[in-house]
Design a protein. Structure first.
Length: 249
């Protein structure tokens, strides 16, 4: 089963590289339903995987000039606070409730991807449509979700940067990966003392996911983003529904 899990780690990275977000949402289900880890342990394990993979992807976007550092630090800073608080709050939430929230997040991600796949967001920069306070509030919310269910939240960060902050799409993807890496690091710290983490396996899983994101960022120019997002959205709906059914059966 570990071989299958590592193969799926490549898929996680590949989807992150191709889509700029959403792929990390698969990490927890792989740990729980393929590798047999408990829900809380799987969520804590997913955070360093998501953080390391996103960091590598962010470096490649940085080299291409697709990261806005000041915005990433501001948005990521408040998201880190939310992620740490969310991870500490997870002590009071059952593993079953966390998986239910994850399934709902999957369906929300699917809706976001399906809509952006049908009507891609503009590449050009636009005027911000929300106040700084509203943008920061989104950052805190993304952080809380990261801490509670172990996902990066790229499916929320990218639209927030494009629609609310007026960031061009390519820069929104690169900037979001920096935010996700910061988020995941803070969430990992929040789980210290709550669960034990098999770091050697997490490191191995992360290495395979990083290989996937390197492949994905190289292939992205050859793939139809619209078709890919709509197909992945359908998969997320199916997986989210299966988790809800299995979690409450």
């Amino acid at each position: 089963m570990q071989i299958l899990g590592l193969a799926l780690a490549v898929i996680v990275g590949l989807s992150l590289g191709l889509l700029g977000g959403g792929g990390s949402i698969l990490t927890v289900p792989i740990f729980v339903y393929v590798l047999g880890f408990a829900a809380k342990q799987a969520i804590a394990m997913s955070l360093p995987v998501v953080g390391a993979t996103s960091f590598v992807g962010a470096i490649r976007h940085w080299r291409n000039g697709n990261v806005q550092p000041r915005l990433a630090l501001a948005f990521g800073g408040v998201a880190m606070v939310g992620a740490y608080v969310g991870a500490r709050l997870a002590t009071f939430v059952s593993g079953q409730a966390q998986l239910t929230l994850l399934a709902l997040a999957m369906i929300a991600a699917a809706v976001s991807m399906f809509r952006s796949g049908r009507a891609p967001m503009q590449e050009r920069s636009t005027e911000p449509t929300a106040s700084t306070a509203a943008i920061m509030a989104v950052g805190v919310g993304v952080g809380l979700l990261t801490g509670l269910v172990g996902i990066g939240g790229g499916f929320l960060v990218v639209p927030a940067l494009v629609v609310l902050a007026g960031v061009p799409m390519k820069q929104a993807i690169g900037t979001s990966l920096v935010v996700i890496a910061m988020n995941a690091m803070s969430g990992s710290l929040g789980y210290v003392g709550q669960v034990s983490i098999p770091w050697s396996f997490v490191g191995l899983f992360s290495a395979f996911a990083i290989a996937g994101i390197l492949i994905g960022t190289s292939l992205v120019r050859f793939v139809s983003q619209g078709a890919l997002k709509q197909g992945f959205a359908g998969f997320l709906v199916l997986l989210g529904a299966l988790i809800l059914i299995r979690n409450h059966s």
